[in-house]
Design a binder for this molecule. Structure first.
Ligand SMILES: Cc1ncc(COP(=O)(O)O)c(C=O)c1O
Length: 407
């Protein structure tokens, strides 16, 4: 019999919130409180005079198995520092993904460089080496692969291409802590890896970020850029390069240090939840679970899936609304448009010349954004949550697959 959808007055699959406040509160505990109290007691909240930011940088470098890390105020700041450190400037082109946050793009424009958007693989939603290759010109200086949603880009062909053409690679790892490609962690594959610690990420200190690298020169320029060009050594104050004030506070660094110790467990629990969900959703006709490219390990910052609208006779927007009415919130669209169509950049001035972007620039990205739906995914979610999600999606798809559109 055709199920009665909640959006048509039927019973909801899930009555209690899928992501209750307790899940968000559970992210922080006694350790974070203690770390914050220690900073307050130390009398130093600024990193110039305290120890916590430096400790966090050593901890992050060790954690990721690289030589150096610089902690800053956001993921955007981390990318800005990395690009500045490799010398991106006036009129250079930097290739990145059309499906990302503005944080990947703002630093390019802030350095008077031009963002160039390379289209994505319609199955993984990540930019491809083929699209990057087509976007390279004489002015290309760097590539920013964005590892979306928890899934690393396929890096080997991107790195080979970069080496062949003498380009820098700055990985945007904001959404993909601990995702791996051919056994290597994101952030350790390119010249630098940039992470966000904003409130929505795997780990957080409210707002913050950091970059990691084995390149000592890159890191020391990034550290200078993050502190107005001041080396903070010697008796005479001098600013060596033009930079910003992107100094993380001791308070943020203290929380980030505790959170980093929890990261492996957070990712492991998210993987467990997502694997359960993959198993349940893959049995539902018309649903496509996340496609994971060969050699990649996903770390599920969010869970992106698509439905076969043609087969179901309903748009992704309609399905998302109906599943949400069942008590399982589905975000659709993830982005209303590729970032190059955002008002702030679709027509912009770089070095006095107009740069504009138009619909049709990255057809795969535009198509994917009309289909991609996002489910909440966090480390506190249980097998029961996965079952409720699958029941809600199964009910809605079953409804559309059965004999017609009328209830
Ligand atoms: C892919 C990506 N890059 C960069 C950023 C920027 O990070 P932040 O918000 O810490 O500046 C984000 C944040 O949402 C992101 O998702």
């Amino acid at each position: 019999m055709k199920p009665k959808l909640a959006s048509h007055g039927g019973p909801r699959v899930r009555e209690t919130p899928l992501v209750p406040e307790e899940h968000l509160q559970a992210r922080f505990g006694e350790e974070e409180k203690r770390a914050l109290a220690e900073v307050i007691d130390s009398g130093h909240l600024c990193r110039v005079f305290g120890q916590r930011a430096r400790q966090f940088e050593r901890q992050a470098a060790e954690y990721f198995g690289v030589a150096h890390a610089v902690a800053v105020t956001s993921g955007t700041a981390a990318i800005h520092c990395a690009l500045a450190a490799i010398g991106v400037g006036h009129g250079d082109e930097v290739i990145t993904s059309p499906i990302t946050d503005m944080g990947s793009v703002i630093p390019i424009l802030a350095l008077n460089a031009i963002p160039v958007f390379a289209d994505v693989d319609p199955k993984t939603f990540n930019m491809t080496a083929e699209a990057v290759e087509k976007s390279i010109t004489d002015r290309t200086k760097a590539i920013i692969p964005v590892h979306l949603a928890g899934q690393s880009c396929v890096m080997e062909p991107i790195i080979s291409l970069a080496k062949e053409r003498g380009l820098h690679v700055v990985e945007d790892c904001a959404q993909s802590y601990l995702s791996t490609c051919d056994g290597r962690q994101v952030g350790t594959i390119g010249d630098a890896g940039c992470f966000s610690l904003n409130d929505f990420k795997h780990i957080t200190c409210g707002d913050g970020g950091f970059l990691i690298s084995d390149d000592e020169e890159l890191i020391s320029r990034a550290a200078l850029f993050a502190d107005k060009g001041y080396p903070r050594t010697g008796p005479v104050r001098n600013s060596l390069i033009l930079g910003m004030n992107y100094r993380i506070t001791e308070l943020q660094a203290a929380v980030a240090g505790v959170q980093l110790r929890k990261l492996a467990s957070i990712v492991q629990r998210r993987r467990q939840f997502a694997n359960t969900l993959n198993g349940l959703l893959s049995r539902i006709e018309g649903v496509q679970v996340p496609h994971i490219a060969d050699g990649i390990e996903h770390s599920y910052w969010f869970y992106a899936f698509t439905v076969d609208s043609g087969r179901l006779g309903a748009t992704a927007a309609a399905i998302a609304k109906e599943v949400t009415a069942e008590g399982v919130p589905v975000t659709f669209p993830y982005l209303g448009m590729p970032v190059y169509l955002f008002d702030s950049i679709k027509r912009t001035l770089v070095c006095g010349s107009e740069v504009s972007f138009h619909r049709g620039l990255c057809p795969n990205a535009e198509m994917v954004l009309e289909e991609m739906m996002v489910l909440p995914c966090n480390e506190c979610m249980s097998e029961r949550d996965a079952r409720d999600i699958a029941d809600a999606i199964g009910k809605v798809c079953g409804y559309h697959l059965s004999d017609g559109i009328q209830p």
